[in-house]
Design a protein around this ligand. Structure first.
Ligand SMILES: Cc1cc2nc3c(=O)[nH]c(=O)nc-3n(C[C@H](O)[C@H](O)[C@H](O)COP(=O)(O)OP(=O)(O)OC[C@H]3O[C@@H](n4cnc5c(N)ncnc54)[C@H](O)[C@@H]3O)c2cc1C
Length: 180
C-alpha cells in the first residue's frame, strides 16, 4: 500500500470507507441480480395459460395458470394483487382485481381461488374458461408491502373471497367461522 504512505489518517479512513461502500454495493447488486425476475408487467397485460381448473364448491373454483418456464416466479409481493382482464356475458371488456393464493416460492405456476356470482361480469369469464385458454394479467398492484418477520402476529378479518390474501401471510391459521 505504497500510495497510502505519508497520507493523513483522515485520508486513509476515507479510502477505507470508500472501499467498504463499493464492496457492500457490489454485494447488494450481485444479490439483486441473482434474485429471479418476476413474470408480471405493471403497465401491460401478459397472457398466462390455464392448466388446471378444480371446482371446490357449487360457486368456487381453483384456477392454476402456467408461468413461462417450470422455474419462473410470478413476482408478486405478499399482500399485493393482480388485475385480470376478460369479457362479460355481452362481450364487453371487464377488468377485476384478484389475489393469488400461491407465493413466489411456488415455481412455474400461480393459482387463483374464484367465487363466481350468477350475474357477475368477470365471474362469467372465469366460468367459461377451459384448460388451455389464456388469461390476460397485469400487476403487481396495491400499496401494502409485507416483509417476512415484520410483525410477530397478524389479526385478520375477512368475508367471502376476501380470504384469498390471507393465504399469502398465514403461518398459523385459525378459521373462527366459515359458511358454505
Ligand atoms: C384486492 C382484491 C382482491 C380480490 N381477490 C379476489 C380473489 O382472489 N378471489 C375472488 O373470488 N374475488 C376476489 N376479489 C373480488 C373480485 O375483484 C370481484 O369483485 C369479484 O370476482 C366479482 O366480480 P364480478 O365481475 O364477477 O361480479 P360483479 O359484476 O361485480 O357482480 C358481483 C355481484 O354483485 C351483483 N351486482 C352487481 N352490480 C349490482 C347492482 N348495481 N345492484 C345489485 N347487485 C349488483 C351481481 O349480480 C353479482 O351477484 C378481490 C377484490 C379485491 C379488491
Amino acid at each position: 500500500m505504497d500510495f497510502l504512505q505519508g497520507r493523513s489518517v483522515e485520508t486513509m479512513v476515507a479510502v477505507a470507507v470508500a472501499v467498504v461502500a463499493v464492496a457492500v454495493g457490489g454485494a447488494l447488486l450481485l444479490r439483486r441480480s441473482k434474485r429471479p425476475k418476476g413474470c408480471l408487467d405493471p403497465e401491460n397485460f401478459k397472457k398466462f395459460k390455464l392448466v388446471e381448473k378444480t371446482q371446490i364448491s357449487h360457486n368456487v373454483a381453483k384456477f392454476r395458470f402456467a408461468l413461462p418456464t417450470p422455474t419462473s416466479v410470478l413476482g408478486l409481493p405478499i399482500g399485493q394483487h393482480i388485475s385480470c382482464r376478460g369479457q362479460d356475458a355481452t362481450g364487453e371488456e371487464v377488468i377485476k382485481p384478484y389475489t393469488p393464493t400461491t407465493l413466489d416460492s411456488d415455481l412455474g405456476n400461480f393459482q387463483l381461488v374464484i367465487k363466481m356470482y350468477p350475474q357477475g361480469r368477470m365471474s362469467h369469464h372465469f366460468r367459461e374458461m377451459k384448460v388451455g385458454d389464456y388469461m390476460s394479467v397485469k400487476g403487481p398492484k396495491g400499496r401494502f408491502k409485507y416483509q417476512v418477520g415484520q410483525v410477530r402476529a397478524f389479526g385478520m378479518l375477512a368475508g367471502g373471497s376476501g380470504i384469498t390474501p390471507m393465504f399469502q401471510v398465514k403461518t398459523k391459521f385459525k378459521a373462527l367461522y366459515c359458511s358454505q
